[in-house]
Design a protein around this ligand. Structure first.
Ligand SMILES: CC(C)(COP(=O)(O)OP(=O)(O)OC[C@H]1O[C@@H](n2cnc3c(N)ncnc32)[C@H](O)[C@@H]1OP(=O)(O)O)[C@@H](O)C(=O)NCCC(=O)NCCS
Length: 195
């Protein structure tokens, strides 16, 4: 028992368990990257659904994929491949879906919470016409709150925070807090990690 009244053997066991769990998540992540277009030191905490047709996916080192993330990258038949590029040290929360029909780029140190939908492709036109996918860019150090929906054509500037439940229909400048449906900039902010 140490001076904080905790069993040292218990905390050693916990540390070993945590280390093992972390190692397993990196093993699972590394195996997941065999379905991507670049091997990387990704950590994966549960199943990832991947739909890739005429598309390419790259995820950077130390990025975490939480359970039940869906990555769908579907380029036009006979056209240029769609892409999904996620940087390093980012995190994609549980049940988040990212759809790319052209280009979706997520930067480094980006925190995407759970149940977020990033829609670079809508799959249907409102009048029955063929839909034209668009680009989405999420710059470094952005924090996307839970339940946010981001539509095609949007750029979210470096260090911005998107409040929970927002529907982002237009670009957000750097270091801004945006909230609501449609999302509006409420104030200037610092990035979630102070960078
Ligand atoms: C963005 C957030 C962190 C608040 O940031 P903050 O800088 O502390 O902002 P404040 O609480 O001072 O709110 C500023 C204004 O935005 C409004 N606001 C805050 N969150 C909002 C939301 N999700 N939707 C709509 N408006 C919101 C507040 O009502 C306030 O409005 P007012 O000035 O008229 O009173 C918080 O609202 C949020 O979304 N939290 C959830 C984060 C999350 O999803 N975490 C999951 C783990 S990653």
């Amino acid at each position: 028992v140490n001076d904080q009244g905790r069993s040292t053997s218990g905390s050693a066991r916990r540390t070993l368990w945590e280390t093992l769990t972390e190692a397993l998540s990196y093993l699972r992540g590394w195996l997941t990257t065999f379905r991507f277009d670049r091997r990387a030191l990704v950590s994966s905490h549960g199943p990832t659904r991947i739909v890739k047709k005429n598309g390419r996916i790259e995820v950077g080192d130390r990025t975490r994929l939480w359970p039940h993330v869906k990555l769908s990258v579907v380029g036009p038949v006979g056209g240029p491949p769609a892409e999904l590029i996620i940087g390093h040290h980012s995190s994609i929360g549980d049940y988040t879906q990212i759809h790319s029909g052209r280009s979706v780029k997520i930067g480094n140190y980006v925190l995407v919470s759970w149940n977020v939908n990033i829609l670079g492709a809508y799959y249907h036109g409102t009048g029955g016409e063929e839909e034209q996918p668009g680009d989405v860019i999420i710059e470094d150090h952005v924090w996307i709150g839970c339940g946010v929906i981001i539509l095609k054509g949007v750029t979210i500037g470096r260090g911005s925070v998107i409040a929970a439940g927002a529907v982002v229909t237009a670009s957000v400048p750097p270091y801004s807090l945006a909230a609501g449906n449609p999302a509006r900039v409420i104030k200037e902010t610092k990035s979630w990690n102070g960078r």
